[in-house]
Design a protein around this ligand. Structure first.
Ligand code: ADP
Length: 373
C-alpha cells in the first residue's frame, strides 16, 4: 500500500474531525465520514452545497462565508471557533480552519476545510466557570452572614451590659442597705445572684471580645513588640497571678506583624487558662518561648497544669466547648485565640499530657500576610 492510500484510510477513520475540500466559490467537492458523524449529512446531501450550509440560518447571509474565504485567500488560512448548525438544527461549537489551496504557479484551486466539534470542551469550561461563580457567590454570602452575625453578637452583648450593670448595682444596694434585714437564706440568695451576675458579665465580655476580633483589623504592616504585649497581658491578669502564686517566665520573644491589642488578648487568654487550669495544690509554672522560622514566628505557652485528653485537643478551639468544670470560663477564650491567629494568617494547636501540663503553640507572621483589614 502506498503512503497516499494509508493517509486516505487514516482520514476516513478520523470522524471526530470533518476534513473536506471546496471549490473556489466555497462549494463542497468532497465528503468525509466526519460530515455524517458531526453534522448529519450524507455525501449526496453534502457535495455541491455551499459551505454556508453549516452556518446558523441567521448568519448564512451576513457576509461571513465571503469574509472567511477572503481571509484564507489573503493570508493562506482563516481559523475560527464558532457556533455551526447540524442538519437536525442542533447547534454545535466548532473549531475550524479553512486553507487556500494553490497550484505551484499560485493559481487558486479551491479550499481545504478541517472542523472539529468542541462543544463538550466549552460545556466543561462553562461548568467550571459557573461552579467558580457559584463558589464565589457562596463565599461572599458566607462572609456577609458572618459579618451580620458578628455585628449582631457585638450589639447584643454591648446592649446586655447596661441591664447587667444596673442589676449588679441593685444587688449591691440591697446588700448594703437591707443586708441586716435578711436572714441566712436571703444572704445565700444574694451571694448566688452576685456570682451569676459575675458569670454573666464574663460571658458578655467574652462574646463581645470574640465578635470584635472580626470587626477590628488584625494584620499590621509594622511589627508589634511581643514582650510589651505579654507585659500588658500579665498586668491585666495581676490579681489571678498573685492569688495563684504563678511563676511566669519569658525572654527574647521576637516581634510579629499583628495588631498589639490582638496579641495582648491572645496571650491573656492563654496565660489566663494556664493559671486557671492548674493542678490542685501545685502553683502554676508557665514558660513562654518564641522562635523565628523563615517568615513566621512559632510561640509556645507551656504550663504544668491538669493537661488535656487527646479527644479534646481540637474541640477546645471551637466556641463554647469546655471539657472542664474548673473555673468560671465562657468557653470562648480559645475560640477567640484561634480567630485571632487564623485572621493573622497563622495556626494554633496544643500538645498535652494529662496530669503533667499543656503547651499551646501558635504561629504568627513576621511580616504582614494576614487579612490586614
Ligand atoms: P474557658 O476557659 O472559658 O472554658 P477556653 O476556650 O479558654 O474556655 O478553653 C476551652 C477549654 O479548654 C476549657 O474549658 C478547658 O477545659 C480547656 N483548657 C484550655 N486551656 C487549658 C490549659 N492550659 N490546661 C488544661 N485545659 C485547658
Amino acid at each position: 500500500m502506498t503512503n497516499d492510500e494509508l493517509l486516505g484510510i487514516l482520514l476516513s477513520r478520523l470522524d471526530e474531525f470533518v476534513i473536506v475540500l471546496c471549490d473556489t466559490s466555497g462549494n463542497f467537492t468532497t465528503w468525509h465520514p466526519g460530515v455524517l458523524a458531526q453534522f448529519g449529512y450524507t455525501a449526496e446531501e453534502f457535495i455541491g452545497r455551499n459551505l454556508a450550509l453549516l452556518f446558523l440560518p441567521e448568519t448564512r447571509n451576513d457576509g461571513r462565508v465571503e469574509r472567511e474565504l477572503a481571509t484564507a485567500i489573503e493570508q493562506g488560512r482563516a481559523s475560527d471557533t464558532t457556533w455551526l448548525a447540524k442538519k437536525s438544527g442542533e447547534t454545535i461549537w466548532v473549531e475550524g480552519v479553512t486553507i487556500a489551496l494553490r497550484a505551484p504557479d499560485g493559481a487558486l484551486l479551491g479550499f481545504g476545510k478541517v472542523l472539529r466539534d468542541v462543544t463538550s470542551r466549552l460545556r466543561s469550561q462553562q461548568d467550571l466557570e459557573s461552579a467558580n461563580e457559584r463558589m464565589r457567590r457562596m463565599t461572599h454570602e458566607l462572609s456577609r452572614s458572618n459579618e451580620e452575625l458578628e455585628e449582631f453578637a457585638r450589639i447584643a452583648s454591648h446592649d446586655l451590659r447596661a441591664p447587667l450593670t444596673t442589676t449588679r448595682w441593685l444587688a449591691d444596694l440591697l446588700s448594703f442597705r437591707h443586708g441586716g434585714e435578711l436572714d441566712e437564706e436571703g444572704h445565700t440568695c444574694l451571694q448566688q445572684i452576685s456570682r451569676s451576675l459575675e458569670r454573666m458579665t464574663g460571658l458578655v465580655d467574652a462574646i463581645l471580645a470574640h465578635a470584635q476580633v472580626g470587626q477590628t483589623p488584625i494584620g499590621s504592616v509594622e511589627e508589634t513588640d511581643t514582650e510589651a504585649a505579654v507585659a500588658i497581658a500579665l498586668e491585666n491578669l495581676g490579681g489571678d497571678i498573685v492569688m495563684s502564686k504563678a511563676a511566669i517566665q519569658y525572654e527574647n520573644l521576637p516581634p510579629v506583624a499583628i495588631q498589639p491589642q490582638a496579641l495582648t488578648q491572645l496571650f491573656q487568654n492563654l496565660l489566663g487558662n494556664a493559671i486557671k487550669y492548674c493542678r490542685p495544690g501545685v502553683a502554676p509554672e508557665i514558660r513562654i518561648t518564641g522562635r523565628r522560622e523563615s517568615a513566621r514566628c512559632v510561640f509556645a505557652v507551656e504550663d504544668n497544669g491538669i493537661g488535656i485528653e487527646d479527644e479534646w485537643k481540637e474541640r477546645i478551639f471551637l466556641p463554647l466547648q469546655r471539657h472542664s468544670e474548673k473555673g468560671s470560663g465562657s468557653g470562648l477564650g480559645l475560640a477567640t485565640c484561634k480567630k485571632i491567629v487564623t485572621r493573622a494568617g497563622g495556626e494554633i494547636w496544643v500538645e498535652s499530657k494529662v496530669g503533667a501540663g499543656s503547651t499551646f503553640y501558635f504561629t504568627l507572621p513576621i511580616s504582614g500576610v494576614g487579612d490586614g483589614t
